[in-house]
Ligand binder design. Structure first.
Ligand code: UN1
Length: 510
C-alpha cells in the first residue's frame, strides 16, 4: 500500500490526460484542495483544482484524440479495455485498499468496487463486437435500409464519492469501446482514487499508442462540473450524485440541447411480507441499510413490513444491529466504517432530529462515536426509526445509516407506500408467495428502475442496466443495452437501382 501511494505521489495531482507528459495546471498553490481520509482524519493528498485554462486545454486535447480514436475498430478498442481489466486485476488489493481509506467503506466493499471495474471491462470487451444496428426492409425496390451506431465525441463523467471508481468505469469502459473519449471529474472528496485509476491504465494506453486525450481527468468542485455541463463541445454529460446536482446539470445541458445521463438519489424500500423467509430477509436488510454506512444510492432506507410479523421483524433487527461492529473499515472484523465527512455527520444528526419532530420513535438511537478509534469524527451508530407515516424526513434521501420502519396491511398498500416517494431507483420484496412476487414486478407494482425478489436493494450486478425513474433521473448505465446512450444512431438508405422511386408512393416526374 505504501509503495502504491508512493507511486501515485510521483505524479502531481492535477488535470490532464493519462498518458505522456500531459499533466498540467495553472492554479496556484493557494488554491490547493485538501483531501482528508474519513478513516483517521489524516491529510491524504493536496489537489490542484482545474482552472478554466486547464479545462480548455483538456477539452481540446480530447477533441483531437477523438478524431483518431473513432477510427480504431471497435474490437481493437475492446482489446485495449481488456488489457485495462488485467491491470485492475493486478492492482485489485491496492486500489480496493485505497478506496477503503479515502472513502471509508469496508475493505471487502472497496475490493468489491474494483471487482465491478473488472466485470465491466469484461462486459465491454464482449460488447465491442456487438454494437449492433438493425436492418429494415425498404418499401422501395432495389433499396437497402439499415441503421448503424456511431460514437458521440467527448463524454464528460461526473462521479460521486460513494463509488469513487466503479461508476467512472461503467461509463468510461462503454464510452471507449463505442469510440468516444472521456473527461472524468471525480468527487472533490475522493480525488486520489481517481488519480490511481489513471495511473493504473496509463501503461496500457502508452503500450497501445492510444492518442493523448482519450482518458482525461479534471479536479475540483461543483464549478468544475458546471464547465462540462455548459460546454457544447461535450456531447454527453453522465452525472451521478444528488438530485439537486442532477437537476442543475440537466437544466444546463438541456439549455444547449445536449445529451445527459443521470443516476441520482434513491430512497429504496423493501417490502417484508408475512410470506417472507426471514432468515434470508434479515441479513439482506442489515447489509442494505448499514453497508457502506448507508451511503449507497441503492442503500435500504425504508422497510415496509406486514403488520402480523412487524414485532418479530423488529426484534430480530434490534438483535442483529446489536452485533454490528463499527470502526476502521480497513479492519476486516468491522461491519460499518465512517461517513465521508463531518458535513455528512451533520446531515445524519439533522435527520435524527427531524424523525423525533415528525412523530418517529427511535428503536436504536443514533450517536456520533468518540474516542481513540474515532478521531475523524465521522463514525456514527446506525439507527432504526419507527415512523407513523412517510413524513418529510422519510421522503428525503439522507446519505447515512438510518432505517425507517413502516407497517402495512394489504400488498396494494405496501406497493403504494413503496412508490410514494419522489425517487425511483431500487426496490425489493421478500415473499415466497408467487402471486405477491409477480404483482410487485408487474406494471401495477414497483415503479423503480430496479425491482428484486428475495434479495436486497443494493449490490446490483453490472450485467443489468443500472438506474432509476422519477427523481433518480431516468438514466441507465453499465449492462444490457446501456451502451446505446454513448452512441448516435444513423439510419441509412441505399438505392442500388437505376430509377428513383420515392417513399410513400409519391410521383415526381420531370
Ligand atoms: C451507487 O451507489 O452509486 O448496486 C452505485 C449497488 C452497486 C452500485 C451502487 N453495484 O449497490
Amino acid at each position: 500500500m505504501q509503495q502504491f501511494l508512493q507511486k501515485l505521489k510521483t505524479q502531481p495531482m492535477m488535470s490532464g490526460t493519462s498518458t505522456g507528459q500531459a499533466f498540467w495546471h495553472t492554479s496556484a498553490e493557494a488554491d490547493l484542495l485538501d483531501s482528508h481520509s474519513p478513516v483517521d482524519g489524516q491529510l491524504m493528498a493536496r489537489v490542484y483544482p482545474t482552472t478554466r485554462e486547464d479545462y480548455d486545454q483538456v477539452v481540446e486535447t480530447a477533441r483531437a484524440a477523438f478524431l483518431k480514436w473513432r477510427l480504431v475498430p471497435a474490437p481493437r478498442r475492446g482489446e485495449i479495455v481488456r488489457q485495462m481489466g488485467e491491470q485492475f486485476r493486478q492492482y485489485k488489493k491496492e486500489l480496493g485498499t485505497l478506496v477503503s481509506y479515502e472513502m471509508g467503506k469496508s475493505l471487502q466493499e472497496g475490493m468489491g468496487e474494483v471487482q465491478e471495474i473488472i466485470d465491466i471491462c469484461d462486459f465491454a470487451v464482449g460488447q465491442s463486437r456487438q454494437l449492433y444496428g438493425l436492418t429494415m426492409h425498404s418499401e422501395r425496390p432495389d433499396h437497402r435500409m439499415y441503421e448503424q451506431w456511431h460514437p458521440l465525441g467527448v463524454v464528460g463523467i461526473i462521479s460521486a464519492f460513494n463509488f469513487p471508481v466503479a461508476v467512472w468505469s461503467w461509463n468510461a469502459m462503454l464510452a471507449w469501446i463505442c469510440g468516444n473519449v472521456c473527461i472524468w471529474k471525480p468527487s472533490e472528496k475522493t480525488p486520489l482514487t481517481a488519480l490511481a485509476c489513471q495511473q493504473i491504465i496509463k501503461e496500457v494506453l502508452e503500450q497501445n499508442e492510444v492518442p493523448e486525450g482519450v482518458s482525461c481527468l479534471i479536479t475540483g468542485g461543483r464549478d468544475v462540473g458546471a464547465l462540462l455541463a455548459e460546454d457544447p463541445r461535450i456531447a454527453l454529460v453522465s452525472a451521478t450524485g444528488s438530485t439537486r446536482m442532477g437537476k442543475a446539470v440537466a437544466q444546463t445541458v438541456a439549455g444547449r440541447l445536449g445529451r445527459y445521463l443521470l443516476e441520482l438519489g434513491g430512497n429504496n424500500a423493501m417490502i417484508i411480507s408475512q410470506h417472507a423467509d426471514l432468515n434470508v430477509a434479515i441479513p439482506a436488510i442489515v447489509f442494505g441499510a448499514v453497508g457502506t454506512a448507508g451511503q449507497r444510492c441503492t442503500s435500504t432506507r425504508r422497510l415496509i413490513i406486514q403488520e402480523s410479523i412487524y414485532e418479530d421483524v423488529k426484534q430480530r433487527l434490534v438483535k442483529a444491529y446489536g452485533q454490528l461492529r463499527i470502526g476502521n473499515p480497513l479492519d476486516e472484523k468491522n461491519h460499518v466504517g465512517p461517513l465521508i465527512d463531518r458535513a455528512a455527520v451533520a446531515g445524519y444528526q439533522a435527520a435524527l432530529f427531524q424523525i423525533k419532530e415528525q412523530g418517529g420513535r427511535l428503536l436504536i438511537d443514533g450517536e456520533i462515536l468518540e474516542g481513540p478509534d474515532f478521531e475523524s469524527g465521522c463514525y456514527v451508530r446506525p439507527a432504526i426509526a419507527e415512523m407513523p407515516a412517510q413524513t418529510e424526513v422519510v421522503q428525503h434521501e439522507t446519505f447515512a445509516p438510518i432505517l425507517y420502519l413502516l407497517k402495512y396491511g394489504t400488498l396494494d398498500e405496501a406497493i403504494a407506500l413503496q412508490n410514494g416517494v419522489p425517487q425511483g431507483l431500487s426496490s425489493s420484496i421478500f415473499t415466497l408467495n408467487l402471486r405477491e412476487a409477480e404483482r410487485f414486478l408487474s406494471a401495477a407494482g414497483s415503479d423503480c428502475g430496479i425491482a428484486n425478489v428475495n434479495i436486497g436493494t443494493s449490490g446490483a450486478e453490472i450485467g443489468g442496466a443500472f438506474g432509476g425513474e422519477k427523481e433518480t433521473g431516468g438514466g441507465r448505465e453499465s449492462g444490457s443495452d446501456a451502451w446505446k446512450a454513448y452512441m448516435r444512431r444513423q439510419t441509412n438508405t441505399i438505392n442500388y437501382g437505376t430509377t428513383l422511386p420515392l417513399a410513400q408512393g409519391i410521383k415526381f416526374e420531370l
